[in-house]
Design a protein around this ligand. Structure first.
Ligand SMILES: [Zn+2]
Ligand SMILES: [Zn+2]
Length: 136
């Protein structure tokens, strides 16, 4: 009986010390996104498909009520040499750029970088197929 009590206490403490409030499931591909491994505390997009969610009006404020999926439409390099993913919200069309995280899917980043910005020559499906082939 003592043993059981101890175990229960330990479990409760464990979950209190390890809150998973920052983890979320990607709306696009179902990937469980956790903050660890990103090399940054601001994990705002899925490392697997690079989709983000429209949560912020200003970076980090979490005050947007849109909550639309944000499609990665391109990759850019900031003035300081940092790579950023350009996201566009599928609901309201807001465009934002987010720092590339350490564990982002490099193949997806490559495909994005090769995609002509704003061009209609290559369709979304072609890009999807291309990345599937690259991953295979
Ligand atoms: Zn995803
Ligand atoms: Zn939006």
């Amino acid at each position: 009986m003592n043993r059981e009590n101890k175990k229960r206490k330990y479990d409760k403490k464990y979950f209190r010390r390890h809150p998973c409030t920052d983890a979320f499931t990607c709306k696009e591909c179902g990937w469980l996104v956790v903050t660890g491994g990103a090399g940054s505390r601001h994990r705002n997009h899925c490392p697997n498909c690079l989709y983000s969610v429209h949560l912020d009006n200003k970076p980090g404020d979490r005050s947007s009520e849109c909550h639309g999926r944000m499609e990665p439409i391109g990759v850019g390099v900031r003035k300081n040499g940092e790579w950023a993913i350009i996201h566009r919200c599928k609901i309201c069309g807001k465009i934002s750029s987010n720092r590339v995280a350490a564990d982002d899917n490099p193949m997806k980043l490559m495909a994005l970088a090769l995609r002509p910005f704003g061009s209609q020559t290559i369709s979304h499906n072609d890009i999807k197929n291309m990345t599937i082939t690259m991953e295979g």
